[in-house]
Write a protein that binds this ligand. Structure first.
Ligand SMILES: *Cc1c(COP(=O)(O)O)cnc(C)c1O
Length: 280
């Protein structure tokens, strides 16, 4: 949102699909006007889905596709990696991401030389050549130290993603409770890197409390949708509303899903959830 606004564009919020919490193509269609220039697609929780539909829509309406890959390091869909489908892909290396630095860091990927040149200049005060500033840029350089940490951690990324997939598979097979629903299965194994493993529960807060009292931490990603945040109460949106986003925000819960979980940890989470019998 901040990047969209900072670029001088006007964001319009589309709704999500209830089964995946990924952005809905139908909702985006309702949001498109003659002013629309680009679609920002978030590969939420690490999942890529239906990329042909997004590429077709962008081609049909002559729009740029910008991928938010902050949760989707090495996620792929058919032959393509996250970040390779649009005009540009933005990665975050915030410490909690699948690939994280020890502080803030990020990366932009693109196959468009003009986008690459613009990004190189913007990150460094708008300099094209040293001490020649052709535009108003930012200080958005990646520290050498963070780059060094990331280069080392990059070696673990595939293995860690594999570990997350294994945990997700065990959760899917093991969690059986009528009060707790799973999101849809990924389309292909590699299309999901499980930055988060999210379940849906109408009694979300009670479930979270129950997990906590049994030694399991969980979080909600995310409890307040953008259009309920004070700076965005009046923001433009799908004319049919954002009902699925609101429902998702009220019912989503992220279970522990990181590469350091042991089989015993995962089985404990499953047991606790399967024992949950709702509010008394
Ligand atoms: C973390 C995250 C961001 C922000 O990344 P920063 O590195 O903090 O700028 C943006 N989008 C998604 C989906 C994220 O998970």
């Amino acid at each position: 949102m901040l990047a969209i606004i900072r670029s001088g564009a006007t964001p319009v919020l589309a709704d999500v699909e209830p089964g995946t919490a990924l952005m809905s193509v139908e909702s985006v269609r309702r949001c498109i006007s003659t002013n629309t220039r680009a679609i920002v697609l978030v590969h939420l929780y690490g999942q890529m889905r239906d990329m042909d539909a997004w590429q077709n829509l962008c081609a049909e309406k002559n729009l740029s596709l910008v991928e938010d890959c902050a949760q989707a390091h090495l996620s792929s869909w058919r032959e393509g990696m996250s970040g390779s489908f649009g005009s540009a892909g933005a990665f975050s290396f915030y410490p909690t991401k699948n690939l994280g630095a020890l502080g803030d860091a990020g990366m932009l990927v693109t196959q468009d030389l003009s986008v690459a040149q613009a990004a190189r200049s913007l990150r460094n005060y708008g300099q094209s050549n040293r001490y020649h500033h052709e535009e108003l840029g930012l200080n958005s350089r990646l520290d050498e130290l963070q780059a060094a940490f990331l280069t080392e951690r990059l070696k673990w990324l595939s293995k860690f993603n594999e570990q997350r997939r294994k945990t997700a598979k065990t959760y899917r097979a093991g969690i059986k409770n009528a009060l707790v629903k799973h999101l849809q299965e990924p389309q292909e194994t590699c299309s999901h890197t499980h930055h988060l493993f999210v379940v849906i529960c109408k009694q979300r807060d009670a479930l979270q409390q129950y997990l906590f009292s049994n030694g399991v931490q969980s979080l909600s990603h995310y409890p307040v949708p953008i259009h309920k945040q004070s700076p965005f109460l009046e923001i433009a949106r799908d004319p049919e509303g954002l009902v699925s986003s609101e429902n998702h925000a009220a019912t989503c819960l992220s279970l522990p899903c990181h590469p350091q979980l042991s089989d015993g940890d995962v089985n404990h989470v499953i047991q606790v959830i399967n024992n949950f019998n709702g509010c008394k």
